[in-house]
Design a protein around this ligand. Structure first.
Ligand code: FES
Length: 150
């Protein structure tokens, strides 16, 4: 699992850069361990709501819980995403564009714009998630399956 996260993180370094977006902090419950090889896709919203080259927050649909992600749309077909869930205890990190860092309001962990842990409690980086644009919508990987309806 750790190797998978590290590999995904390296991929994200090529895709993520500076960005613009600030959002409130709320505890998340989006992404714990997924079965090996499983990819669950969640529709986050219309691509037009995610400006090119900006880190923009999006929420998972209800069936995936209350979690959120930061999406960076590269063009009309390509996007990258980082989990907004702090690796320490799961609070929602907020991007600070003036400093180009994510900060966790709970215990003050800090991450680079690419999700790399810089300081504070917790070990590891923000999870790099697969992302794509299909049918005019942004889709992001969830590390947990959707809850069944019923
Ligand atoms: S939950 Fe983020 S620093 Fe503790």
């Amino acid at each position: 699992m750790e190797n998978m996260s590290r590999r995904k993180f390296v991929v994200s370094l090529a895709l993520l850069g500076g960005a613009l977006s600030v959002l409130p902090a709320v505890a998340d419950a989006d992404d714990s361990a997924a079965p090996s090889g499983a990819v669950y896709w969640a529709k986050i919203g219309p691509a037009k709501d995610f400006p090119v080259n900006a880190l923009t927050f999006g929420s998972y649909p209800p069936e995936f819980g209350r979690g959120g992600v930061y999406v960076k749309r590269v063009d009309d077909k390509t996007a990258s995403a980082l989990s907004a869930k702090c690796v320490h205890r799961g609070c929602r990190v907020a991007f600070q564009p003036s400093e180009n860092v994510f900060r966790c309001p709970c215990h003050h962990a800090q991450y680079s714009a690419a999700g790399e842990h810089l300081s504070g409690p917790g070990h590891g980086n923000l999870a790099v998630l697969l992302a794509k644009i299909e049918g005019g919508d942004v889709w992001v990987q969830s590390l947990t399956p959707p809850r069944s309806a019923g």
